[in-house]
Design a protein around this ligand. Sequence first.
Ligand SMILES: Cc1ncc(COP(=O)(O)O)c(C=O)c1O
Length: 432
Amino acid sequence: MRKSAQNGILKSMMRQPVCTSTIETSPCAENTLNPIRKLVDQLVINPNPEKSLLKLSIGDPSVFGNFDPPPQVLKAVSDNLATSCYGYVPAHGLVSTREAIAKYYNTRTSPLTSEDVYVTSGCSDALRIAMECLGSEKRNILLPKPGFSLYQTIAGNRGIPVKFYDLDPEKDWSIDLDQLESLIDENTAAILVTNPSNPCGSAFSVQHQLDILAVAERHGLPLIADEIYQNMVFEGESKSFGELSENVPVLSCGGLAKRWLVPGWRVGWLIAHDRHNRLSKVRDGLTRLCQVIIGANVLVQGAIPQILETVPQSFYDDTLNRLKNAADIVYSELKDCPQIRPFKPKGAMYMMVQIKIDQFEDIKDDMEFVEKLITEQSVFPLPANIFGIPNYVRLVLTVPEDILREACKRIVEFCEHHKVGVPHKKPRAETS
Ligand SMILES: Cc1ncc(COP(=O)(O)O)c(C=O)c1O
């Protein structure tokens, strides 16, 4: 470079001060909050170095290697690798995949075709398109409390107002239907239900499902049914809302993550159970919303027909037996501890445990319970504050049996140590 040109560049660099101000973010980014992240970031996590850390907090069944997907699932993807296209496919999914999902979930009462199915990037994405399609800044959605925190993340991102209806722990976490109905107003767009439930580990009775549908029907509202744990019920009947509904349109959200144990593969689906053809506009909206990210992973969605056809019933039964066994172990280990109250799950992969705060000498809430439990016993459940209910913790049941037993032993020891009447050397301020 010539010297004069070099000088010119140097001079112009000297003239312009370097901009150091922070780049602003959009309201959309600011309002997108994952309550789990927010609360976990606030938690003081200092495990006891003398005890191995036992994490009962992560709802990912693949973490410990004891809940692996069945070989048929792996084979389906490897077979598909040889034939899968590399390109874009229809944004709402391959026809063959949509056909297979429709066939799998087809029932006499709810006949389905490929036109009713939208393949998505996990159940999360199905929930996103359902909520975005029905809700808006002026149209609210009713959510369960306690409930899976992603619903709030999606609503916050899109500025959709939400109202919470209560699940009653004393009635198997069923919905307080009077309260639900009282929350509905002329701007309500949909009722979102989760069945079986994360975080409660509950499963509604068929009668309760019918009662929920009756409320929706009285107000002409559609349901968004988060059914990612569909068929993961330990005993008794397991029906989807779509199957039970006679008149209420249902957007059922599901996916491969939990029943097929591959949460990281990120493929799910939305099934529109469209009673009386009320969803024609919604279907257009769903298709358009799928086009935002041009569809789900083609390699995995292409394997779905083979997955649904080849995984034997014995695999599903075995998973459920092992989850139920884990639930029985935790329940029997914790049930006699006077300071806490475990709630026996009926499905999914979780157990809620109530912390009887007035039975503790020096613990004021579930957050402090968890912080101290980690600091002293290296056991990490999730404070259920994250799910909207105070003074409960959620335990994950996909943890290996020996770890579950050890965790329960430590929880009981911790409760004994902190129960009312036991004096404490450490003031509360040291750990909170
Ligand atoms: C109730 C519920 N819905 C949806 C999801 C998200 O599923 P996916 O991993 O398929 O996005 C989860 C994951 O834990 C969940 O518990």
